[in-house]
Write a protein that binds this ligand. Structure first.
Ligand code: DUC
Ligand code: ZN
Length: 458
């Protein structure tokens, strides 16, 4: 038994000082005061905030992108996550065209077999639509990969006809999908144009060929397809106000649309791409790209107001050397950046400590909402009796400096390098076991697969 005494227990409904008792892997009692027994381990956490372990529902470990593979696989990716307080990740398994969904999922289980330091699950990415794939949806749900992902851009995209059919089928099966919304045709036309002259060697061409309008149009179209299918849907990695306006329109029509954003879109803007040093600018290449400062403010306000339900990382990490694949052609820069170990503390420091959002909202968007939306609740995402003892003990008086030299991710840069943050992730517990302390992972490979239920549409 482990008794945590006098911590501030955070939940979306409110926070209170109290004691929390862990027996093995589970939280067994929460009360304003629990009398300890001689055989128990007791930890005084006065002044500390106790969050349910964070959930990262958007990672890309061991993913092939633009002729290379992300530098973090499941071992280093989940180790980075656990260092930063994320106790469960949901990665995207992918069935490439011609593969069955079961084969795609098998491949992702094999990738994760190298060992995970956080608990883990999978969404299944669908890259084509036909009767065979449709028939396999119940298998995915049965295997716990109960939510899906589709792309409206990249080689993995599916067309509107397929999206509508898929949405109807997922509705029938009691689930839904997340979507990467960007207008592929618009982007392709601009990329063709920008690759005709010297702009082909400019990193800035990346963001100039993926404007907010491309994202907003695709979000609007995706929402209208969901309107016709009469089903809730998820927009992953929202970056901009224009896209948010489309979400608002859908909600005004009475639709349920769940929205995710990521710390990079809250913290960084597109001026990063204008750096004349290729290595510096290419660090930030991701899709959708970073936007304007006004978009960051709109996203913070939307988080505060409950218009964004989850904050994920979209951790998709490369080294600077890998980014150099695109030194002569911006279209070949692998897209994505690391962020696994910094998400929680960035949201605390820049959100809670700066007064943009409450600590209860932080708990909602990092823990409870992803647990509910992705079928993990109440096993995960909440501090309650019977739930897994996945805990983050956050010291609000601590300080964190982001430094690539001390990060766990194998990437050789940190997008927020040098940032001084208020607060520190003091300890992380995974199912009752202390697995990380002050950024150091104490126990590796303790993660297990979590079979997820279908979403709760709150
Ligand atoms: N965007 C990225 O930047 N990387 C991986 C996948 C994605 O959608
Ligand atoms: Zn992604």
């Amino acid at each position: 038994m482990l008794l945590l005494k006098n911590g501030t227990l955070i939940s979306p409904a409110g926070s209170r000082v109290g004691d929390l008792l862990i027996d093995g892997e589970k939280i067994v009692r929460i009360s304003p005061s629990i009398e300890s027994e001689p055989s128990w381990e007791v930890l005084d956490v006065s002044g500390k905030l106790i969050f349910p372990g964070f959930i990262d529902p958007h990672t890309h470990f061991d993913l092939h992108v633009a002729g290379t593979v992300t530098v973090d696989g499941f071992a280093s990716g989940t180790k980075a996550e656990i260092a930063g307080g994320t106790t469960t990740v949901i990665d995207f398994g992918t069935a490439y065209p011609g593969e069955t969904l079961n084969e795609g999922l098998d491949n992702w289980f094999a990738k994760a077999a190298e060992g995970c330091s956080s608990d883990f699950g999978f969404h299944q990415t669908i890259t084509e639509w036909n009767e065979r794939i449709s028939a396999e949806i119940p298998d995915m749900i049965e295997r716990g990969a109960s939510t899906f992902k589709i792309y409206m851009t990249y080689d993995t995209k599916i067309d509107d006809c397929s999206i509508l059919k898929l949405l109807k089928r997922l509705k029938e099966c009691g689930t839904t999908t997340g979507c990467h919304c960007e207008n592929s045709g618009l982007i392709d036309a601009l990329r063709d144009e920008y690759s005709q002259d010297e702009r082909i060697r400019k990193v800035s061409s990346h963001y100039l060929t993926r404007p907010a309008a491309a994202e907003a149009e695709a979000i609007g179209r995706f929402c209208h397809l969901a309107e016709i299918a009469e089903t809730p849907v998820i927009d992953v990695h929202l970056t901009c106000l224009e896209g948010l306006l489309e979400i608002r329109h859908a909600r005004e029509r009475g639709q349920k649309v769940y929205v995710e954003t990521c710390p990079q879109y809250l913290m960084l803007d597109d001026s990063r791409y204008e750096n004349p040093d290729f290595d510096e600018a290419a660090k930030y290449v991701c899709a959708p790209p970073l936007r304007k400062k006004a978009d960051q403010e709109a996203l913070w306000a939307a988080l505060r107001d409950g218009e964004i339900e989850t904050v994920a990382t979209d951790h998709c990490s490369f080294t600077r050397e890998q980014k150099r694949l695109g030194i002569d052609d911006f279209r070949k820069i692998p897209g994505g950046m690391p962020g696994a170990e910094t998400r929680g503390i960035v949201i605390y420091s820049e959100g809670v400590a700066k007064g943009r959002i409450s600590r209860e909202k932080m708990c909602e968007v990092l823990s409870e909402n992803p647990a509910r939306l992705y079928g993990l609740y109440p096993q995960k995402g909440t501090l309650r009796e019977g739930s897994d003892a996945d805990l983050v003990i956050l010291d609000p008086e601590g300080k964190t400096i982001i430094d690539q030299k001390t990060q766990v991710s194998k990437s050789d840069y940190a997008p927020l390098q040098g940032m001084e943050l208020q607060g520190a992730i003091a300890q992380v517990y995974l199912r009752g076991e202390k697995v990380a302390e002050h950024g150091t992972v104490l126990k590796e490979g303790r993660g297990r697969y979590v079979k997820r239920k279908c979403p709760e549409f709150f």
